[in-house]
Design a protein around this ligand. Structure first.
Ligand SMILES: [Zn+2]
Length: 416
């Protein structure tokens, strides 16, 4: 007699599940099943309706380890060439911003290095950083362009970002950040540069299918509100989502403006005002907090976490991995810093790299929680409780990663 087909592909048993659906969403002595890359079932072991071997083709024993959704880093600039260690050193020897700029430092040095790099070299340099993130349980990653500032290099960066998602077991979300800084060719002509971003670059990038969202750096040292609005308008015309680097060094009102364009997220927010918090609550925009840049720049003003809490604005946490102000490739360290520096609770910090990070990328229907029907992206940890992930500094308790139902042996594939 033919054996009846097993309902699930894989089943993980004997684990502590942190579903992240509502708070930690703990299920003690739990099990979770996948079918065709999606979560097919989860619950307490005693609710399994048959023996594990009869329910799934492959059964994995979690041995009491904690299983969370795969982590999501929703704000990175990890595709770039070169690095800026010399600038870090110069600054600590007492050099000021001008001296560093004269020595060829600052964002322009990264732009020059990224323009000069071959696509293959850019990929190899960037893969090293992506692998470091994956080794800490990251299964979804946003990557921004913005170190080309010309069409050719912006396309190159986005192709490399997309390629990272093909080479490694990670979902890559592509964001076009042409309005990151003023291209050297447009010195003293920011409006003309913004016009080039909107009319020359964006249509080509959309045509190549290399952007899901458009971002802009709105700040006294970058682009103003009117310029940001031109970017948002054009992005929406192309049907792309909007994001904004907002209120990092001053309160420009850019978060409020981004909320009017239903931004998925506004990011940084050290100087966010209460009226802007209210605007974010109305538009359902996620507040992305970036403790790495805050720490590296030795900022003093922390984002208004209590106000964001009161107004129920979802808070995400990300690395902001970039060569100038946050050369960070540890999302676990950001969890800790979000608590120590910004006073998030461990529960809020973890929501910030799962449920709320998914929302910041518009992926909340498919990612960010352990929910039947969502993708089977998991991180498995040797911890007693998920708060332990937030508590350590420099210790990585990752046991394994599951991407789309497939076991990755992440520590191996992340560091080869
Ligand atoms: Zn950034």
């Amino acid at each position: 007699m033919q054996q009846t087909e097993k309902p699930w592909d894989s089943l993980w048993i004997n684990g502590l599940l942190a579903t992240q659906e509502d708070g930690y969403g703990l299920i003690k002595n739990g099990a979770i099943a996948s079918k065709d890359g999606k979560i097919a079932w989860l619950g307490p072991m005693e609710d399994l309706r048959d023996s594990p071997e009869r329910l799934a083709k492959t059964v994995y024993d979690l041995k009491g380890h904690c299983l969370t959704p795969g982590l999501i880093d929703c704000h990175t600039h990890l595709v770039y060439a070169g690095n800026r260690y010399y600038e870090f050193e110069l600054r600590l020897q007492g050099a000021n911003y001008e001296t560093i700029a004269r020595a060829g430092g600052g964002i322009q040095s990264t732009v020059m290095a990224t323009r000069a790099a071959t696509e293959e070299s850019l990929l190899q340099q960037s893969l090293a950083r992506a692998k470091a993130l994956l080794a800490e349980g990251v299964t979804t990653l946003e990557i921004k362009s913005g170190y080309g500032l010309d069409l050719e290099t912006e396309l190159k960066m986005l192709r490399v970002a997309k390629r990272i998602g093909e080479v490694l077991p990670v979902t890559v979300y592509l964001t076009f950040l042409g309005a990151h800084a003023l291209a050297p060719e447009f010195k003293n002509k920011p409006d003309e540069y913004i016009a080039a971003v909107c009319h020359d670059m964006l249509p080509e990038i959309v045509h190549a299918g290399l952007a899901q969202a458009v971002d802009v750096f709105c700040e006294t040292i970058a682009f103003d509100l009117a310029q940001a609005e031109r970017i948002f308008k054009t992005a929406r015309e192309f049907g792309l989502a909007v994001k904004c680097h907002a209120e990092q060094l001053s309160d420009s009102g850019s978060a409020r403006l981004a909320a009017e364009y239903q931004a998925l997220s506004v990011d940084h927010l050290e100087y966010l005002s209460e009226s802007s918090v209210e605007a974010l609550a109305r538009s359902g925009t996620v507040a992305v907090l970036l403790p790495g840049a805050f720490y590296y720049l030795r900022e003093k003003n922390i984002p208004p976490v209590e106000l964001l809490r009161q107004h129920k604005v979802p808070m995400a946490v990300a690395t902001d991995c970039n060569p100038g102000t946050s050369p960070v490739t540890s999302l676990l360290l950001m969890l800790n810093m979000a608590c120590t520096l910004f006073r998030l609770t461990p529960e809020e910090a973890l929501a910030g790299v799962t449920r709320h990070a998914a929302k910041a990328l518009g992926l909340d229907k498919t990612h960010g929680t352990l929910t039947v029907g969502k993708v089977a992206d998991f991180a498995i940890w040797n911890v007693e409780h998920p708060a332990e992930l937030v508590y350590y500094v420099g210790f990585n308790p990752l046991v394994n990663v599951v991407k789309g139902g497939n076991v990755c042996h992440s520590r191996v594939c992340g560091n080869e």
